[in-house]
Each structure stands twice: as C-alpha cells, then as structure tokens.
Unconditional design. Structure first.
Length: 173
C-alpha cells in the first residue's frame, strides 16, 4: 500500500471511528461539553472533541492552501476557529459538524496525489513558531493526532465505566 492509499484508508477509518465514538457518548447519555474532567489538560470532555475539530480545520487549511483540489474550506465550515475557541455547546451540534468534516476529509483524501505529497506544508503553532514539514508526514500526523485524542476520550469513558471499543481500525475494512 502506498502513502496515498494509506491516507484514504485513514480517512475512511477516522470517519467510522469518530461516528462510533460519538454514538458511544450518546448512548451513555453524556453531554461532553458539560462533563468536567480532573487530571487532564482539557477541562471538559467536550474541549477534547473541540480541540481535535479545530486542529483538523487548521491542518486542512494548510493542506488546501497548497493544493485545494476544488475543496472550499471556508464555504463549507465558515471562518477558521482559533485553538481554545469555544465552537460547540452541545453534543448534537458537535456531531453534525464532525460528521460533515469527516465527509470533507474523506473527499479530500480521495484527491491526494504526488503534487501535494511533493510539497512542504507550513503551520504557525500556537506559540508563534513556524513549523514546516513534508506534506505526507504532516498528513500522517493529522490522522495520528485524532487517534491520540480519541484515546484520551476512551480513557475518560473508562473512568466513567462506559463500555467503549470504537477505535479498532483493523476491523473496519
């Protein structure tokens, strides 16, 4: 499997895993934007979800600035939110936006070609540092970042005694 095929696989799996994670949270009757956390960097379960959503949009902006493939991020999602910005107040609002964003990511991943992978992507980090990486490596990071934070969500659910087993990519395809 080459990198382009792997990225398509990641996009499909991330969409399915995100949907399963949201379903798990819904079935447990949790309102993540009100569920306060102790011992985590993020103060609510919802702020973890929001962080990933905002990071995804910021990375997608960097990728689509390099090679848009006809994708219009602003038209589909409005102004780019800043890290730490409150974007959602309910699971229902988050769910609609997350599922729409995942469809956008899947469509974008279908278009990825050597033109994008041959470029370098730049992102200004929260502390103002400019980060420049090969687009292929940045895309792998993009998907791994989601995986990392879904693991945090899984730990929170474990602590709440909510059964969850939504993240096994290998069973999805």
């Amino acid at each position: 499997m080459d990198l382009r095929e792997a990225l398509k696989y990641y996009a499909r799996c991330n969409a399915a895993v995100n949907a399963a994670m949201i379903e798990t949270i819904e079935k447990a009757g949790l309102e993540p934007f009100e569920l306060e956390l102790s011992g985590y960097f993020f103060k609510t379960l919802g702020s973890i979800l929001e962080h990933v959503y905002v990071a995804d949009l910021n990375w997608l902006k960097a990728f689509t600035d390099l090679v848009p493939y006809g994708a219009d991020l602003a038209k589909n999602f409005g102004p780019l939110p800043a890290y730490g910005e409150k974007v959602f107040s309910s699971l229902a609002g988050y769910k609609e936006a997350r599922l729409r964003l995942d469809r956008f990511i899947e469509d974008y991943a279908l278009s990825i070609d050597d033109e994008l992978l041959s470029k370098s992507v730049s992102r200004k980090l929260r502390d103002g540092t400019l980060l420049e990486r090969e687009a292929g490596k940045a895309l792998v990071h993009f998907f791994n970042h989601q995986t990392h934070h879904r693991g945090q969500v899984s730990c929170v659910l474990d602590e709440l005694k909510v059964e969850n087993n939504y993240s096994n990519m290998i069973y999805l395809d």
